[in-house]
Write a protein that binds this ligand. Sequence first.
Ligand code: ZN
Length: 356
Amino acid sequence: MKAFILKERNHAEIAQVGSPILENEYGAKIKPTLVSVCTSDINTVYGTGSKKPKNLILGHEGIGEIIEVGRKVADFKVGDQVLIPSMTPNWLHPDVEDGNILHAGANFSANALSRSKGGVFAEECIVDFADMNLALLPENVDREEALMCADMVTTGFSGAESLDIKYGDCIAVFGIGAVGLMAIQGAVLKGAGRIFAIGSKSVNMALAKKYGATDSISYKTEDVVEYILRETAYRGVDGVIICGGDDSVFSQAMQVCRYGVGRIANLKLFTGDGDMSFSKFHSGRGMAGKQIFMELGKGGRRRMERLLSLLQYGRIAAKDLVTHRFCGYEGLSEAFALMRKKEEGLIKTAISLNEE
Ligand code: ZN
């Protein structure tokens, strides 16, 4: 079958590979039909992360059609149109009992697709524990919007959830790419009052406002920390969601986070080695009562169903995230190159694998 693979470090390509074999009797084999390239796919190829399996099939954001189900799958059948979430936890591991779903049994165990096993950039892929991981696509939900639930919506919302937002809380979102934009919508749904969105690209700044940010701050023209502190009478914000920025963003988040009850949720991948640092002073020399959460987008069928329901009933919008559309594997290769360049105006891609 055709697939888009990590051939070797710094090189991805279209290749012919063997079809995956469905071994997990709770699993399903799916034909991905619409996929999106994630920044983490770019990091998998060009980054400094852990060593990846040879000829790893990339991609973990997709929707598709079920073409085979394991013997013990109860709720899905061949022909079902499903959302394939980026996180597919091992629901049989006892760590799940502790609420440790994403890292059950091993660090990043739920981050299996395109990391430890073949991803969705292929004619066929396998998802284990289909009844727990997949979600049926509601008929009246736009397919591109549904696709955004695989990673962008669930990840952005994980940030808003970690902050435990109370009605009227003041929130700052650093980095307003796709995840940051969804974090803003998540914060709005959770009841945030004032929301500072920190970015620079005009398209993203406009979308941040559309999705509910009250202030959009360009880090290119403003001292972001000073702006937020001034605007909050030097009290700081109740919650910070980090979705982008350079390595200094963690320190900035600590500086604007309110003493006593402030929370920082990190969703950004800090690539490379070295430290994630903040000053002793701004953390109250370790006693400021500010909490830090390091998150990944949550997975799970019920969660995906709930997110799809938000789209179905118009509570959130994700259509604007898809700025570039492609067809087939050549299109996928093009989309991948474009995501790497991150040119102005690009937020997310959608690649239809049905047509060539
Ligand atoms: Zn992703």
